[in-house]
Design a protein around this ligand. Structure first.
Ligand code: G6P
Length: 470
């Protein structure tokens, strides 16, 4: 097998395999922020991407798609259930998002997690050149750094954690808490979204493993002394260029006008864009909006709220229940408040191509990001990137990584429904001069600190860890 200087390992390949009704095979961009962030980085280097094609029992040879060399990992149907839906998305995901949903702890799921992590680690270890670099991503693969290190001690290993890392009081619930910390510490640099995540991780390392921690550096004992591991924040961002290109296209602007027209030309369009996930605070935002309508502070003739909720993890119970709850809430509000010509909420349980998303961003006067906990939230950054006219207002939860950077948003605690209602009203009623003052500052931040600034800062830290190692 050809070996590569730079190997990315992530649970998903950047493309998902889909099979049509006629059995035809197609590839489409995978969901989530991770792929959106990493794809442009990969295009710029001679590297390979190790990941799962998104369906069980698919056995494929390495291939090239969109100019990226892809190394597919096969997961059996049982592994999808126990590793992906189980341990990754019903144990780690809820635990790391502050137990918004109760995490399930099952020993068979852990066993599947170990087995699958080993498969990814072996594929990465055989794809990387001597003295090359392996960059592991996200909570599905926390054991991979240590596994790659033991298979290939010559290689530099980075790990980036895209979701929050919980405080020790919660992390300590995890029956395999020490093994996971050791897995992560196989990396030379462990990157997090927020300084707070790095602090919680370092506290867990100190308390559980009793390793020496000085500022951002952990001394990991080895047979012949210590190895230094750096753990710190590298807040992720977006590739702004496709957004800037799309907003300049006349057909996208026409589409944005069409969207407004098709909604009956409301004075204000509110927008939410999320994977349908309980961490995103979609219920809280719908509740607040429904109360504003019921109290007459908003009028259905004047406003429309578009909620795009893309399907996600549909076989995990917590997601099935969430969908029912949201669809019930949307149905109730619309039933109570719609007129024949105007709808309070347009709920779209679909994923849309980027072009349509940009038209929605352009049409939206107010963007609602009310996550209860979110590693970063790239939707907030995408919205800002599209607002070249410096119009529009962003309501942003304090519990997102993005809130650390986007201080000029209307920041909100989504658990406090009265506060959330006032924040929505502030955004709806914000005078154009105030929108522009805030949006200018927000855009400066997002355009300067884009995904390439993020990846360069991480990869520079990784390269300097290598120079101190050798
Ligand atoms: C988040 C995670 C990613 C994940 C994505 C989509 O952004 O950080 O690791 O890939 O959600 O979730 P899915 O379960 O569909 O891969």
């Amino acid at each position: 097998m050809t070996a590569y200087e730079f190997v990315v390992v992530a649970n998903r390949l950047p493309v998902d395999r889909t099979v049509g009704d006629d059995g035809s095979e197609a590839w489409r961009t995978s969901p989530g922020g991770l792929v959106a962030a990493l794809e442009p980085v990969m295009r710029a280097v001679d590297g390979a991407w190790v990941g799962w094609p998104g369906q069980p029992d698919v056995e494929l040879e390495p291939f090239t798609e969109h100019g990226i060399r892809l190394v597919p990992i096969t997961l059996s149907a049982q592994e999808v259930e126990e590793f992906y839906e189980g341990f990754a998305n019903d144990t780690i995901w809820p635990l790391y998002h502050d137990v918004i949903a109760p995490p399930q702890y099952h020993r068979e799921w852990w066993d599947a997690y170990v087995t699958v992590n080993r498969r990814f680690a072996e594929a990465a270890a055989s794809a990387v050149k001597e003295n090359g670099t392996v960059w592991v991503h996200d909570y599905q693969l926390q054991l991979v750094p240590e596994m790659v290190r033991s298979l290939r001690p010559d290689v530099t290993v980075g790990y980036f954690h895209h979701i929050p890392f919980p405080m020790h009081g919660l992390y300590a619930q995890l029956p395999w808490r020490d093994q996971v910390l050791r897995g992560l510490l196989g990396a030379d640099v462990v990157g997090f979204q927020r300084p707070q995540d790095a602090t919680y991780f370092l506290a867990a390392v100190r308390r559980r493993l009793k390793y020496d921690v000085k500022q951002a550096t952990v001394a990991v004992p080895t047979p012949d002394g210590h190895r230094r591991v750096i753990a710190k924040a590298f807040p992720i961002s977006i590739d702004t260029s496709p957004y800037l290109e799309l907003i300049a296209k006349p057909e996208v602007q026409v589409r944005a006008a069409e969207i407004r027209h098709s909604l009956g030309n409301p004075k204000k369009i509110l927008l939410g864009v999320d994977r349908l996930d309980y961490t995103k605070g979609i219920r809280h935002r719908i509740k607040a909006y429904g109360e504003l309508l019921a109290e007459g502070r908003l009028n259905v003739e004047d406003v429309t709220f578009i909620q795009v909720a893309s399907p996600s993890r549909e076989r995990v119970d917590a997601y099935v229940h969430l969908r029912d709850e949201i669809e019930l809430a949307v149905g109730r509000i619309n039933g109570n408040t719609d007129t024949v010509g105007h709808s309070a909420i347009r709920y779209l349980h679909q994923a849309f191509p980027r072009e349509e998303m940009v038209a929605l961003y352009l049409a939206a006067d107010v963007m609602l990001v009310t996550a209860l906990r979110d590693g970063m939230n790239l939707v907030a950054k995408e919205y800002i990137a599209t607002r070249a006219d410096n119009r529009g207002a962003l309501v942003l939860s304090e519990f997102t990584g993005a809130a650390d950077e986007l201080r000029q948003a209307v920041l909100v605690n989504p658990h406090d429904i009265e506060f959330l209602k006032d924040a929505i009203m502030t955004a709806v009623e914000m005078p154009p001069t105030e929108q522009s003052r805030r949006m200018r500052a927000l855009r400066r931040r997002v355009l300067e600190h884009d995904v390439s600034a993020w990846s360069s800062s991480f990869l520079e830290a990784l390269a300097s860890s290598r120079s101190t190692r050798s």
